[in-house]
Design a binder for this molecule. Structure first.
Ligand SMILES: Nc1ncnc2c1ncn2[C@@H]1O[C@H](COP(=O)(O)OP(=O)(O)OP(=O)(O)O)[C@@H](O)[C@H]1O
Length: 280
């Protein structure tokens, strides 16, 4: 459990005058479930967007699976603003696209469910599998490689069985109840066979029972897939129930990190976030 899978070094993301993420240092070790929490607008989704290549950070580096995958330093007008803070620390510009990052072994879900609405449960997962395979475009369009296609279909069957969606595999994704749609979204991310799964508010919009089921489901996924998970979540029962460690952001800055027990009694966190009533 001690190998670092993901490491953020001095990550800053500035949009115009807003510093959404400010000098963030974060580590996720192999096999861990780590939560990133904080009040609305704290910078959590922005951090995910930097890690997954949606945004190029203003400064800093991201290491994944032993390699530096992202790096940037203040450019243009920003140079003056950041002068003295990070001079010479980062000199390269490494900015892979999100699909390259997926291929490197990360997969994510989004705050708003993004399923292929007109496809079945099975096809939603199959398409995600295709996207991972090198011959995906041709295979998907022309079925050039039938052997590969058959193997992928079998893997999708197996995955749906593991996540408990086999019985609804031929139904349209959008006909599923909300909790199952969330489960499908996670299954689709798992189809990419990631080393790191990033979940952005997986329990958003869920009632307490659905949240409880999801909490158990995430735990099962970790066990069954031996996967590492970084998640953003507002439901404190879920966060405290499954996280090994928690990072807390407030106004882009890291204000605390530690075990759930440590975070629960951290006064800065209580003031900034946990004092706010849980809507779970
Ligand atoms: N593309 C963007 N352009 C300009 N400002 C942005 C952009 N994305 C995020 N921000 C700003 O950055 C700050 C952090 O937003 P972010 O969405 O990362 O917060 P969050 O912690 O994920 O919030 P929530 O819990 O509400 O999802 C906010 O002030 C937001 O308005």
């Amino acid at each position: 459990m001690s190998e670092q899978l993901l490491r953020l070094d001095h990550i800053t993301m500035q949009f115009g005058g807003v510093v959404a993420v400010d000098d963030l240092e974060l580590v996720v070790n192999e096999g861990e479930i780590v939560a990133l929490i904080g009040p609305n607008g704290a910078g959590k989704t922005t951090a995910f967007n930097v890690i997954t290549g949606v945004y190029q950070p203003t400064n800093g580096a991201v290491w994944f699976d032993g390699a530096k995958i992202i790096e940037n330093h203040p450019q243009g007008k920003m140079k003056k603003q950041y002068k003295g803070q990070c001079d010479g620390l980062y000199t390269e510009t490494l900015s892979p696209t999100p699909d390259k990052i997926t291929r490197a072994g990360m997969a994510r879900t989004f705050q708003n469910i993004r399923l292929w609405k007109t496809q079945t449960v099975f096809d939603n997962v199959l398409i995600a599998k295709h996207c991972r395979s090198t011959s995906s475009v041709f295979s998907a369009a022309f079925r050039l490689n039938r052997k590969e296609e058959a193997a992928q279909r079998a893997q999708v069957e197996e995955l749906l069985e593991i996540v408990g969606l086999s019985d609804v595999k031929n139904e349209l994704a959008t006909s599923l109840p909300y909790g199952k749609q969330r489960r499908l979204e996670i299954a689709r991310a798992l189809a990419a066979e990631p080393k790191l799964l990033l979940l952005d508010e997986p329990a958003a919009g869920m009632n307490p029972q659905e949240t409880e089921e999801l909490t158990a489901f995430i735990g099962e996924i970790r066990e069954k897939f031996k996967i590492t998970i970084l998640l953003i979540e507002h439901h404190m029962n879920l966060v405290m129930g499954i996280s090994d460690r928690i990072y807390v952001l407030d106004f882009g800055k890291l204000i605390a990190h530690g075990t759930p027990a440590e975070i629960q009694k951290n006064q800065r966190v209580i003031d900034a976030y946990l004092g706010v009533a849980d809507d779970a």
